[in-house]
Design a protein around this ligand. Structure first.
Ligand code: DGL
Length: 264
């Protein structure tokens, strides 16, 4: 039996998962949220699978001490590892890639662009999961080695960000004239305006909403919704909490109740 008053957890390599927190707060305003962002080790996208698995397990172990009733892995890169992480914990784990892939496959599009970290693109989880449901959908993907790191440092230098976006997205468009682009890294919706300015005609897909919907469906199915009206948001990070406060403001999140540096 799940304790309704326990918090939801959310994890990411850094500030990116706050884009999922935004959707969780919209859909589940009564839930307390405990967030961990591993900025000291960000970007994950340039690391090995084994390193990413270990770092993910450390964050989930930390959240288990907060008695989370479920966790949103709000990191596409880490979502490639949920198959190995799930057996290590007794709470429910929702993968952003699984939810986004389901949504994309059901959309019936014949082709879609995907920009993510180099690890996410190389791991091929989006391709695998979309093709299970819609084998005819062509996925044209490109990894960005730089974008998540720039955003995680709170470095919103427009010229540098736009240059990295156009370098990678032009590569996708040169291969296929897609009109939908999955933002396959949770850091990217923080700079949605830059994507829009560079590509006004591209339809941008932010998977955060699909993941938040899956968390809500899980809580409803298990009679585990927190009955209170307004939940809290506690942010823990291995990095600088000030950047989290800045990004939270940028995303118009409900106020952070507590922000702390924690070394895992
Ligand atoms: N926000 C993460 C994702 O969704 C990854 C950023 C990184 O650590 O490279 O993939």
């Amino acid at each position: 039996m799940i304790d309704k008053r326990n918090p939801i957890g959310a994890i990411d390599s850094g500030v990116g998962g706050l884009t999922v927190v935004r959707e969780l707060q919209r859909l589940l305003p009564g839930e307390d949220i405990v967030y961990f962002g591993d900025s000291a080790n960000c970007p994950y996208g340039n690391k090995t699978g084994e390193q990413i698995f270990q770092l993910g397990r450390n964050m989930l172990t930390f959240l288990s001490t907060h008695h989370v009733k479920c966790v949103a892995v709000a990191c596409n890169t880490l979502s490639s590892m949920v198959g190995r992480l799930r057996p290590c914990f007794d709470f429910h784990i929702v993968s952003i890639v699984e939810e986004a892939a389901k949504y994309m496959a059901e959309s019936g599009l014949s082709s879609v662009g995907l920009i993510g970290t180099e690890f996410t693109v190389a791991a091929g989880k989006y391709d695998e999961l979309i093709h299970q449901l819609n084998p005819d959908c062509r996925i044209v993907s490109k990894g960005s080695p730089l974008l998540s790191g720039l955003v995680d440092r709170g470095d919103f230098n427009q010229r540098e960000i736009n240059l990295e976006i156009t370098t990678q997205v032009d590569h996708i468009l040169a291969r296929e004239a897609v009109d939908h682009l999955i933002l396959g890294c949770t850091h990217y919706p923080i700079v949605t305006e830059n994507f829009r300015a560079c590509y006004p005609d591209l339809e941008l897909i932010d998977p955060a909403y699909e993941q938040a919907k899956a968390v809500k469906a899980y809580l409803e199915a298990n009679d585990a919704l927190n009955p209170q009206e307004t939940g809290s948001l506690c942010v823990y990070t291995s990095g600088d909490p000030k950047i989290y406060a800045d990004v939270a403001r940028r995303l118009s999140l409900s106020p952070i109740s507590r922000a702390e540096t924690v070394k895992l």
